[in-house]
Design a protein around this ligand. Structure first.
Ligand code: SAM
Length: 284
């Protein structure tokens, strides 16, 4: 018998399933944008939950943060100017700043409280926040990219919550058109694209919308993320050219000993598209 006071449980009514971690809640607050909770778990370290959905745990965030940053940065030929939309826990920013080619990395999250709580409960994710190449600002990513100078970015990473609430406008053609305009010709865009198993229609609609916005190609990446629904997650890279340049995983060699999931092999493995996803993407 589970004691509800000792467990965080994310119930997924649509899929008649639930995910739980044993631990206790140590913080909860309603910000102007969302409801944030922090749990201290027994085996997974700290856990951040936004609007009832798991975001980051100490134990497994490396899967997501490494795969949101290194594949795209190791595919762009020379990434210098990087924008992260969302990502307020600062874990993606830390990974981006491991790349010596990066000259500036700007993180725009709508909710300052996510970053302040991350500084308190996930200090390791914030260890690069004082890097002179980093800019951390709090704004709506939708408005920020609308006003960005054309061709001013090499890589845009959208590390957002699900397409509801403040993140809803980060998943449509108008937003993707603005991202396309803000990127240089050889620029690359990547966005977390949910679970292909549980959120197939969203996953496909995102790729369709990226191409409708003028991106010539979309390339999905697949990786584990144990605390997210189904444990199987994805990101989608969009590019102005029809075929992505070959990955240069050697770009990550200088800091390879800091990595837990990304490698030349896992990069290749993440690009393999399973039959169920091929069928999903080619469906009408
Ligand atoms: N890894 C997580 C996932 O896939 O569930 C995402 C974690 S990250 C903490 C998500 C961030 O997106 C939150 O901090 C939230 O404040 C931010 N966000 C949501 N909508 C946004 C918007 N319109 N502009 C900028 N940031 C936004």
């Amino acid at each position: 018998m589970l004691n509800a006071d000792q467990w965080f449980t994310e119930v997924d009514d649509a899929n008649a399933s639930a995910f739980g971690l044993k631990g206790r809640r140590v913080h909860a607050e309603q910000t102007p944008f969302q409801h944030i909770e922090i749990y201290e778990t027994e085996r997974w370290g700290n856990l951040m939950v936004i609007d009832g959905c798991t975001m980051v745990s100490t134990r497994d965030n490396f899967f997501y943060h490494e795969m949101m940053s290194h594949p795209v940065l190791a595919t762009h030929p020379a990434p210098k100017r990087v924008l992260i939309i969302g990502g307020g826990d600062c874990g993606t920013l830390r990974e981006v700043l491991r790349h010596p080619t990066v000259e500036s990395a700007t993180q725009i999250d709508i909710d300052e409280r996510v970053t302040r709580l991350s500084e308190q409960y996930f200090p390791e994710l914030c260890s690069a926040n004082d890097d002179p190449r980093a800019t951390i600002a709090f704004d709506d990513g939708i408005a920020y990219i609308r006003d960005a100078a054309p061709g001013s970015l090499d890589v845009i990473i959208v590390d957002s919550t699900d397409p509801v609430g403040p993140a809803e406008g980060l998943f449509n053609v108008a937003f993707y058109q603005n991202c396309r305009r803000a990127l240089a010709d050889d620029g690359l865009f990547i966005q977390q694209s949910e679970s292909p198993l549980l959120h197939g229609p969203i996953f496909k609609a995102m790729a369709d919308a990226m191409r409708d916005a003028g991106f010539a190609s979309t390339t999905p990446l697949f990786f584990p993320q144990p605390i997210y629904p189904s444990g199987w997650w994805s990101a989608t890279i969009a590019a102005g050219h029809p075929v992505l340049p070959a990955p240069r995983p050697e770009a990550c060699k200088p800091f390879a000993e800091t990595l837990q999931y990304y490698s030349a092999e896992t990069h290749q493995a993440a690009l393999a598209v399973p039959p169920l996803v091929k069928r999903l993407l080619s469906s009408g």
